[in-house]
Design a protein around this ligand. Structure first.
Ligand code: TMP
Length: 208
């Protein structure tokens, strides 16, 4: 086993089951290797993340470019802050599993006009910590929406059929753009929880 802290990010439309799979991968890594993982998510629990959650819930409003810049700023704080920053973990040899990272910013806030600008806003984060792989759990918007409606009391900004469909196709076009530059693993998320977890482990076990 190579003794290197791994940084694995999870991506997908809202309702794709990322948090369940992060939990299962953490357990699997512990079982197979004895290594513990730190799990975290974006928007983070920091001050910019707290502000972002107010925008997502509709409590306060702003424009898409401001949102894009705030997500990128939250990411830098998530990496660097001294309390529970990701770098602090990886530098001490701890694997990190992160629910969303730069690809979320590109897929959710990027459009024809501003995608290059958002990619440039994230260059610092990518140069500081590039994921060993991005796991994209691909579910149909219909299944995702059904799960969201079953499990939540409040529906967030991007949790409509129209938005889920748009974001999924934005992800798929990003994968064509980043093909070869980023290690993107697409997993069929329209399967049982156990089968998805096995597929993920089969794709990432070589990292451990
Ligand atoms: P979730 O992680 O619980 O699915 O919710 C986080 C929400 O934040 C989700 O709707 C996607 C959104 N988001 C962005 O729009 N851009 C980003 O850069 C990140 C990290 C999240």
């Amino acid at each position: 086993m190579e003794n290197k802290a791994r940084f694995i990010t999870f991506e997908g439309i809202d309702g794709s089951g990322k948090s369940t799979q992060i939990h299962l991968l953490k357990e699997r890594i512990l079982l197979e290797t004895g290594d513990d993982c730190y799990t975290t998510f974006e928007p983070s629990t920091g001050p910019v993340g707290a502000l972002l959650r107010q925008f997502l819930s509709g409590r306060v409003k702003t424009d898409e470019n401001t949102l894009a810049a705030l997500f990128a700023a939250d990411r830098l704080d998530h990496l660097h802050n001294e309390l529970n920053g990701i770098l602090e973990k990886t530098e001490h040899g701890c694997h990190v599993l992160c629910d969303r990272y730069v690809l979320s910013n590109f897929a959710y806030q990027g459009n024809k006009e501003n995608l290059d600008w958002i990619i440039s806003l994230n260059e610092r984060a990518i140069s500081v910590l590039k994921p060993d792989c991005h796991i994209f759990i691909d579910v149909t918007p219909k299944i995702a929406l059904r799960r969201i409606e079953e499990n939540r009391e409040n529906i967030d900004l991007y949790e409509s059929m129209e938005s889920l469909t748009k974001v999924r196709s934005a992800y798929l076009s990003l994968f064509r753009r980043f093909n070869g530059q980023e290690n993107i693993i697409v997993i069929n998320g329209n399967q049982s929880v156990e089968k998805i977890a096995d597929d993920i482990w089969n794709k990432v076990s070589y990292l451990f």
